[in-house]
Design a binder for this molecule. Structure first.
Ligand code: DX5
Ligand code: ZN
Length: 226
């Protein structure tokens, strides 16, 4: 099956956690390209969320990839747990990894895709020397820790910078954005180079349901990239 030009990765942070299995099935049926699991340890960010066992219990329910956004202070310790849980892509924060180059290599050695995440204040230049190791760069468009925050427009310059770094690398690297993305906000980051869009509130709060939300966000992003 061909990969769409723009992928939508719903975050399940806003979900009713008592029905996660049914919810990921509904999201897959509604056209989600992957599931974005927001993992928070209460230290790197002031919130505590999803452990590996929760993800492991949902893995058999659907086929689409799982990506773990590790908002944790000790990624090296936790990465293997989320790989064992069935995550296909592991996203670690540049700010949390003292030895980022080795952490990314370790993720690749575990047989899954490494990704690196940049907080709003973190320059794109900080990942200049790991572009050969990653399959994805995630540019945060909110400060991590909570869903439902406002999109930070000033990130668009950084998205363009990362898109140029990807082009220069000559490698097939996805550029993902995460935070405050919805139909009204997704066009600018998509036009700037983002081809993977995380959306939590915009998907879960759409009165017309998951399929409408996912399709509308994708269509708005595709139109901006046309
Ligand atoms: C924030 C998370 C985001 C967030 C997205 O720390 O990384 O994935 O849950 O939620 P919305 O789309 O509501 O901003
Ligand atoms: Zn996230």
């Amino acid at each position: 099956m061909s990969v769409p030009d723009v992928q939508i990765a719903p975050s399940v942070l806003p979900a009713d956690f008592s029905r996660l299995g049914e919810t990921v099935e509904e999201l897959e049926q509604a056209g989600a390209d992957r599931i974005h699991w927001d993992v928070m340890d209460g230290v790197f960010v002031p919130n505590l969320t999803i452990g590996p066992d929760v993800i492991h219990s949902c893995r058999p329910r659907i086929e689409i990839p799982f990506e773990a956004h590790l908002m944790v202070i000790d990624a090296d310790e936790l990465v293997p747990r989320y790989v064992e849980a069935g995550c296909d892509l592991i996203l670690v924060h540049q700010e949390a990894c003292v030895h980022l180059h080795r952490t990314l290599q370790n993720i690749r050695d575990l047989g899954v895709s490494p990704g690196v995440v940049l907080n709003p204040a973190t320059p794109a230049s900080t990942i200049e020397h790991v572009m050969d190791l990653v399959d994805q760069v995630l540019v945060m468009t909110v400060n991590p820790g909570f869903g439902g925050q406002a999109y930070i427009e000033t990130m668009e310059h950084k998205i363009r910078q990362v898109a140029e770094m990807i082009a220069t690398s000559g490698r097939d690297i996805d550029l993902e954005v995460d935070g405050g993305l919805a139909v009204p906000t997704v066009a600018a980051p998509a036009e700037a180079g983002a081809n993977v869009v995380v959306a939590g509130s915009a998907v879960f709060k759409d009165p017309d349901g998951f399929h409408h939300a996912i399709s509308a966000i994708r269509d708005a992003a595709l139109a901006a990239r046309a």
